[in-house]
Every structure is written in structure tokens, then in C-alpha cells.
Design a protein around this ligand. Structure first.
Ligand SMILES: Nc1ncnc2c1ncn2[C@@H]1O[C@H](COP(=O)(O)OP(=O)(O)OP(=O)(O)O)[C@@H](O)[C@H]1O
Ligand code: SF4
Ligand SMILES: [Mg+2]
Length: 337
């Protein structure tokens, strides 16, 4: 995609578990442009966090390794960067927010110390300038009494407040890419809505590219411009949010959507997807979703589906869709999805 901040092409990651080696990411291709929020959605174990770790070059050492593909960030190939080069990029040009801010914040230092440390590590600022910038960053994430918060320790703040602080830290060096991994999962719905609004506002103001990771397609649909659906280490469908929500093509996307409750009408039936995401060590040949798919055909068990473009910007990895697109009336007629 033109003007993309991040462009991942056919990324493969292998994981060593005990004596076994398993392909945990397979042919993952994604792009995200400045000012855009890309949602990365899928059930637990679908490979969202491993994708984020691969981008940040923070895969568990000795256990996981990139074995194929490329990660181009602002024209630089990240898979060829040294750890020292990546340390300079992380926190400055790209930043990350996690589900539980307590794991990222140091409990023994004040918020002010942690925020100014990040600012002074990556920007040429004096202590006084960094303190002023820290105050401005807390104001930007709508924290009242920023001076008091700067003097506070993480345990003195609520979960929502800590997540605002994490967003302030992540944005303090104006990163070109922000990865938010389940940033609202631990928060109640009201605070969740505030944090989502805050992220949208930050993207508008800074023009950063954002990857927003969630297992919840409902949350993703609220703030994302485009959505990539992951299943068992593969992107199975990707497209504009409205397109994906209104005309999902992959049976897995359709099943995820059917599992979202509609509280406004309390109508219809919720359908849970039978089974679970397979363990990376026991993935069968062919389509990875096949054991759980209600539309499976002979070809699905033997041959891996290709990623095909069904419309500009809308890709799907499914044999049924490929055959429908090829105009195979016999298959299209089954209409099982
Ligand atoms: N350190 C690890 N050791 C062994 N297996 C791992 C490790 N990290 C990830 N995996 C495996 O890799 C696969 C993808 O994991 P990942 O953490 O990326 O999933 P996820 O989509 O982020 O799930 P969740 O929604 O639960 O965070 C899973 O099968 C998981 O069990
Ligand atoms: S390729 Fe086959 S098994 Fe896989 S999602 Fe499509 S129809 Fe279902
Ligand atoms: Mg995860």
C-alpha cells in the first residue's frame, strides 16, 4: 500500500516448544498507513501478540524466530536490524501499550520519573523540558491535576488512569507506529469507551499508524478503519471495517460476528464457535479452520487455501470463497455460510 508506515509481507515465525518446532505465524501480510487504525482480531491463541512481538523484534529469545518474509517500517527492513538498532527505534519511532499497565509500569518509581526517563532517553531535552513535556502529555490524555499524578506511584492510580498514563508514555516521543495489545480488556465498559475515544483522538492529532489488537470484533469495529482477522497464525480475512462487518466472506469471520450479542434488540441467537483454536504443534495440512468449519469441502483438508482479493482492499483465505469468485455455481449454490 502506498504511504504505508508498516508493511509486513509473508511473515513466518517458528516457535520451539520443548524438542518440537512449530510454525506459529504463516504468510502473514499486513499494511498500515499514517493516521489509520488497523484492528487485529481473533480468538485467544490466534497469533495476534506473536505478530506484535515480531514487529517490535521482541520475540521470546531462543524460543521463537522469524524464518521468512519481511517487515518494512518507514522503508527500513526490521528483520535485518541489530538489537542495538532496534532499541533506538522502540519507544521512539514505535511504541506499545499492553492490556495490564501494571506489568509495564515500574512500581517503585513515580509516574513522573518513568515518563521523564522515556522522554530523556529518546529526545534531546533537559530535565526541566522533559518535566514540562510530561505534564503536557498527561494533559493531552485528559488527566486532571497532572502535577499530582506525576508525583504518584502506579499503585495509587485506578486501572483506567494507569492506562491513560501508558498511552501518554507511548505517545510522548510521537511514534509513527503504535501497537495497542488488548488495551481495554481489563477495564470496565465506561472506562473502555473513554480509552477508545482517547486513542482515536491521539491518532487524529499525531497521524500515527495504529495496530489495535483485540479478541473482540465488537470493540474493534468501534474504532478501526480496517480489520485483519487472524486464525491459528494466519490472516484469514482483511478489509475495510464496514465491508468486513456487512459482507464478511470467510466462515471464521462470519462465526465471530454471529457470536457478538446484540443488546439493543436482545433478539436472535448467539452462536458460539464449536471447538477451539488448534495448538500450534497439531495443525493439520489444508485449511487451518477446517476442523471447525461448517462449510468444509474435500479440497479444504488437503490443500492450503491461497489468499485471494475479492474486492479492492478485501482479501480472503478460503476455498469456498475462491470457488465462488471463480464463478463455480455448483459450490456457490450450497450457500452453507
Ligand atoms: N512463549 C511461548 N511459548 C509457547 N507457546 C507460545 C508462546 N507464545 C505464544 N505461544 C503460542 O503461540 C500461539 C499464538 O499465541 P499469541 O500469544 O500470539 O496468541 P493471541 O492471539 O495473542 O492470544 P490472546 O488473545 O490469548 O492474547 C498460541 O498457540 C500460543 O500457545
Ligand atoms: S477453506 Fe474450507 S474449511 Fe477453510 S474456511 Fe473455507 S470452506 Fe471452511
Ligand atoms: Mg495476545
Amino acid at each position: 500500500m502506498e504511504n504505508s508506515v508498516l508493511s509486513i509481507c509473508d511473515l513466518a515465525v517458528d516457535l520451539t516448544i520443548g524438542r518440537e518446532k512449530a510454525r506459529v505465524l504463516h504468510e502473514v501480510s499486513l499494511t498500515v498507513t499514517g493516521g489509520e487504525i488497523l484492528g487485529l482480531v481473533g480468538e485467544s491463541g490466534s497469533g495476534k501478540s506473536i505478530t506484535a512481538a515480531a514487529i517490535m523484534q521482541l520475540l521470546p529469545g531462543g524460543k521463537a524466530a522469524i524464518t521468512g518474509g519481511s517487515i518494512s517500517f518507514r522503508g527500513q527492513e526490521l528483520t535485518r536490524k541489530t538489537p542495538a538498532e532496534m532499541r533506538k527505534i522502540r519507544g521512539k519511532e514505535m511504541a506499545m501499550i499492553f492490556q495490564e499497565p501494571m506489568t509495564s509500569l515500574n512500581p517503585v518509581f513515580t509516574i513522573g520519573r518513568q515518563l521523564t526517563d522515556v522522554i530523556m532517553t529518546h529526545q534531546d531535552m533537559s530535565k526541566r523540558q522533559a518535566e514540562a513535556h510530561a505534564t503536557a502529555m498527561l494533559e493531552a490524555v485528559h488527566i486532571r491535576e497532572p502535577e499530582r499524578i506525576l508525583r504518584s506511584y502506579p499503585h495509587e492510580l485506578s486501572g483506567g488512569m494507569r492506562q491513560r498514563v501508558m498511552i501518554a508514555i507511548a505517545l510522548s516521543c510521537s511514534p509513527a507506529l503504535l501497537i495497542a495489545d488488548e488495551p481495554t480488556t481489563a477495564l470496565d465498559v465506561t472506562i473502555q469507551a473513554q480509552i477508545l475515544r482517547l486513542l482515536q483522538e491521539a491518532v487524529k492529532q499525531t497521524g500515527a499508524a495504529v495496530i489495535f489488537i483485540s479478541h473482540d470484533l465488537g470493540v474493534v469495529s468501534q474504532i478501526c478503519d480496517r480489520v485483519a482477522v487472524m486464525y491459528a497464525g494466519e490472516v484469514v480475512e482483511c478489509g475495510g471495517t464496514a465491508q468486513l462487518l456487512h459482507t464478511p466472506r470467510h466462515p471464521y469471520t462470519q462465526a465471530l460476528l454471529a457470536a457478538i450479542p446484540d443488546f439493543s434488540t436482545m433478539a436472535g441467537q448467539l452462536s458460539a464457535i464449536p471447538g477451539t483454536v488448534p495448538d500450534v504443534r497439531s495443525i493439520l495440512p489444508g485449511c487451518r479452520f477446517q476442523p471447525r468449519c461448517s462449510c468444509t469441502q474435500d479440497i479444504c483438508t488437503g490443500k492450503k487455501p491461497e489468499n485471494i482479493t475479492v474486492r479492492a482492499g478485501h482479501t480472503v483465505r478460503c476455498w469456498l470463497v475462491a470457488e465462488e469468485e471463480a464463478g463455480d455455481a455448483a459450490v456457490a449454490k450450497t450457500g452453507c455460510c
